[in-house]
Structure formats: structure tokens, C-alpha cells
Design a protein around this ligand. Sequence first.
Ligand code: NAP
Ligand code: ZN
Ligand code: ZN
Length: 351
Amino acid sequence: MLDAIGYAAPSVKAPLAPFKFQRRDPRDHDVVIDIKYSGICHSDIHQARDEWGGSMFPMVPGHEIAGVVRAVGPKVTKYKVGDHVGVGCFVDSCRTCDYCQKGLQQFCDDGMTPTYNGIERDGKTPTMGGYSDVITVDEGYVLRIPENLPLDAAAPLLCAGITLYSPLRHWNAGPGKKVAILGLGGLGHMGVKLAHAMGAEVTVLSHSMRKQEDAKRMGADHFYATSDAETFTKLAKTFDLIICTVSHDIDWNAYLDLIKVDGAMVLVGVPEKPVPVGAFSMIMGRRSLAGSLIGGIPETQEMLDFCGKHNITPDIEKISADKINEAYERVIKSDVRYRFVIDIATLKQAA
Ligand code: NAP
Ligand code: ZN
Ligand code: ZN
């Protein structure tokens, strides 16, 4: 077994603290990765605080992992020692169902194996995530990070990047399309950069005007505050696509009214309460309300290559491991510009 050090939530809502554990030795198809950077996703906070129920502790969160290959199992063909690689939200799946066969492992019939807060396919070993110095993952669930992308800024692409890339592609964001990104946080700011690179006209809908300059710098064409009632009259029937990254309860019908005929509103954020929607908000414009979950392995690789080609990286604030709890509080207060990334080299001092 391989000794690992990490940062773990020992129990629900308790502050994260240094934690020692072990990773498996590489099997035939495994890649051992020295983790260099790990992004902090709002989903880490939801799960460390058991806001979705069923959380398992101790929990080492982290599913935006970027690192360097330390060792490979004897049958690994895709990666070699020294390669820059990433791991996203899942580390395995059944591999045989229709969705796995199609590369949509996130929808595996048997349930994907989450990178943390889950159980490995042996049915007993808890999975532990990226707030740690090493991880062992089957090569089929490892992504290649383009050499021109710095590893620290590449990390958030593994969740925030793919979570926006996938719906933008699925709902055909591109030239001639008006796309709105609701919420300019970790996910939202990637949505702006990606939609802009795809050639769409991008609008940011933010709860205040504070982030306007940043959004324009990222490629947004327009910026509106949702706290201003006029925004909703001005933008009625404007968008082909709205992607909602907010995890708070909002007036869903008001946003549906901003969509053109045949347009769609896609939820990626996870609000606490069920989403109440009036039938007329959809009927009157043949509108769709949909959801989207990260992306499969082939699409995640496609997204990384797209970011490599267009030089797209998130805006990050690098932190040392002992600042994780503080960073959580700042994410909750929307005080993040625009993704915290843990420098894993600082784990040793913290442990
Ligand atoms: P984040 O960085 O905290 O961003 C969320 C943004 O929501 C904030 O920056 C803020 O943007 C807006 N917001 C915050 N409080 C608000 C309020 N009271 N009312 C309206 N808007 C508010 O979080 P994230 O990491 O991007 O994650 C966002 C959500 O997506 C989380 O629920 C997370 O669990 C979920 N998620 C889903 C998937 C998926 O596959 N579907 C993947 C990853 C994460 P403004 O300041 O611009 O308003
Ligand atoms: Zn995430
Ligand atoms: Zn499957």
C-alpha cells in the first residue's frame, strides 16, 4: 500500500484537518499520480456538510485533480511516468452498460464510482479525493492535461470546466446563439470563457454588478444584475440557452421568461429545495427545463484539448492546505475570484 497524506472532514460540519491514509498499489491498468493541485468545488462543501444526505466520514474531498504520473501498472498503455494528468468526479463505473459503452460514464446504470464520498467497485473501500498527495486510478478514468496548460490552473477544468462544456456543446452554443450564464462563480466563469471561445454571444446574470469588469475580461458581451427588476423586462425572450450555476432558490419562472421560443434553461447548480415551475412558463415558448451532470471521459478529454488549443484556463486563487476551511467560508459568501486551488506541496507542512 502507498502512504498518503490528506485533508479530511472528520465528521459532518467539523472543520477539515490533516489526515493520514493509504492508497492501493497499482494494479495492471492503474496509474499512480502525484497530486500537485486540487480545486475546491462547491460540491465539496455540500458533501462535507452533508447537505445532500448520505455523506461518509472521514471524507477527503476533491475532484479537480491535476498531477504527474509517478508509476504505472504493467499493462498501462495510455500514460507513462512524468505525464501531466488529471482526475475528475469519478474514478470508475461498470464499463459494460450502454452509457459506459457510449462514454457517458457519469450516467452509468450501476452508478459511477465518485472520486470521494463513495465506495470502490470492490464494495468496501471508501474512495478518497484530491485534497491529498497521491491517488491510484485506472487509466481509463485518467485524463491527459495538455502540456501548454499550467497544472494549477488546469485542475478546476476537471469539474468546473467539463460541467459547463458539456451542456454548452449539447445545446449547441456557438455563433448566432445567445447564451446566458447565471452565477459567476467557479462553474459560471468557466461557462463564460468556454461559450465565448465557442463563438456564442455571452451574457452574465449575476446577483450584483460587482463582477462586471471581471466578466467582460473573461469574454462576456453583456452583464446584468438579477437584483434589478428591470433586467427581467429588458431581457424577456432573449436567450437560446441559460445555464444556471446557482445553488440558491431563485424565481425559476422569471428566468424561463428570458428564454426564446424553443430555448432551454439547464440546471447544473443544485438548489436545496425542489424547483417550482409554472406550466405556462414552458408552454408559452415551447421551452425546456433540463439538467446536466459533469461529462463522460471522452468529452472531458475533448474539453481539455479544447482548452489547450484555445489557451483557456480558470482564474484561480492558490491557497495552502491550512487555508481550506477559510476558503470554504469564502466560497459560501461568493467571495472567490474564481476558483480556489490547493497547492498540495503545502500539505506536508500542514500535516
Ligand atoms: P460557486 O463558486 O459558489 O458559485 C456559485 C455562484 O452562485 C456564486 O458565485 C454567485 O454568483 C451565485 N450565488 C451565490 N449566492 C447566491 C444567491 N444567494 N442568490 C443568487 N446567486 C447566488 O459554486 P460552484 O463551485 O460554481 O458550484 C455551483 C453549483 O453547481 C453547486 O451547487 C455545485 O454543487 C454544483 N455543481 C454541479 C455540477 C454538475 O455536474 N451538475 C458539477 C459541479 C458543481 P454571482 O455572484 O455572480 O451571483
Ligand atoms: Zn465539482
Ligand atoms: Zn455503466
